[in-house]
Design a protein around this ligand. Sequence first.
Ligand code: FES
Length: 116
Amino acid sequence: MGKEYALGPSSEFPSGKVVGAGPYAVGNSDGRYFAVSRRCRHLGADLANGSIDAEGCLVCPWHQSVYDVRTGRMVRGPQGVFAKVPGLGAAFKALTKVLPLGRGEVTERAGDLYVR
Ligand code: FES
């Protein structure tokens, strides 16, 4: 069983918050806690510095790729100059069907959150 990381009180973890905990980017997506591996599949940005969009997906801080946190799959490819590269977004979406972000388990005990 993997190492467990303490996240602190759930009362201090509102919807839209994302933090880093060990190998995980942990967040609150519309009231659902999630944990995914931290490195973006595009160029390795730390997803713990990402944000949650209006659909509850995780947005990479570097080139705004978007991940479904339930599946770990990229649902929108890299933006900016990378969005102009034909097929690049589709390729990364296909890649993450095979190699999605890893997922951890977030649990709440006595008002505190933990991830493993
Ligand atoms: S590193 Fe995440 S979109 Fe480029």
